[in-house]
Design a protein around this ligand. Structure first.
Ligand code: SF4
Length: 262
């Protein structure tokens, strides 16, 4: 494998078998959880909002929600899993709307020094380009004076505490990516928006923390590559997360298809 994403590395930690099926055997499916489906629609609505802001106008709240609802309708498909069977589709749809409403109320009139939305990163964490990472930054801000902020929108029900955010690797990895570009950088702040809670958590990293993160990511990639090269096993790790996994047909510890796809 030439390039790794943060989510692929996380998948490997949670279940090496799922990693192999998805990223080595390259089996892709339309199946997804309703939480993931809702999260994508919320991200699209916020992307629309900030693209309008970049174009110099602030969209009305109703227009942002209309965007969310039309995308929800247009992109709905019949391979969406609902694991929490006591909750309805409408529950999740409203939850996404509430996330957008809360965010809109809190940040209107959106004066953040925005540089862009959904920015694709592709960068090496070593000099020789052997360890390449790809990722997408939800939003990037820059005050024009070398002070950057990497923003991430989370629509799930779990919010990170400050100490969890200080240890979280995803945005720190994106910081390494940002710093590898030829930009003036005085400071980088990592910012998470936990949309169900209406809270923002911020964190910064030291140079040593970033160096240590690079080393640990390289080690993880080395481990995966050596397993691949030696034909080693990618063991299945059964857990509660199997409910949200859509590779039951390919997984040797499961029977049949994921039962939560209706
Ligand atoms: S069903 Fe569970 S054990 Fe099997 S690949 Fe998916 S997460 Fe891993």
């Amino acid at each position: 494998m030439k390039r790794f994403s943060y989510s692929s590395l996380e998948t490997y930690k949670k279940c090496p078998a799922q990693f192999k099926i998805r990223y080595i055997d390259n089996i892709r499916k339309p199946d997804e959880s309703i939480e993931a489906f809702m999260g994508k629609r919320v991200h699209e609505a916020l992307e629309y909002l900030y693209n309008e802001v970049l174009d110099g106008c602030i969209p009305f709240f109703d227009h942002v929600v209309d965007k969310y609802n039309s995308n929800w309708q247009d992109k709905w498909h019949n391979r969406i899993g609902i694991v929490r069977t006591e909750k309805s589709t409408n529950y999740y749809k409203s939850l996404g709307e509430d996330c957008i409403a809360r965010y809109y109320r809190k940040y209107s009139p959106f004066e953040e020094p925005l540089v862009g939305n959904e920015i694709e990163l592709n960068f090496a964490i070593d000099k020789d380009g052997k360890y390449v990472i790809k990722g997408i930054v939800d939003r990037l801000d820059h005050d024009g004076d070398g002070n950057w902020e990497i923003h991430d929108y989370k629509s799930g029900k779990r919010a990170l505490t400050q100490s969890q955010a200080d240890k979280d690797n995803q945005l720190a990895l994106y910081q390494i990516g940002l710093m590898s570009k030829d930009k003036e950088i005085k400071s980088v702040k990592l910012v998470w928006h936990f949309l169900q809670h209406g809270i923002k958590v911020e964190s910064v990293r030291t140079e040593k923390q970033l160096r240590d993160l690079s080393i640990s990511i390289k080690k993880q990639i080395d481990k995966i590559r050596s397993q691949m090269n030696s034909g080693g096993e990618f063991p299945a790790k059964e857990s509660i997360l199997c409910n949200w996994c859509y590779y039951w047909e390919e997984c040797h510890v499961q029977n049949g298809a994921n039962p939560f796809i209706k």
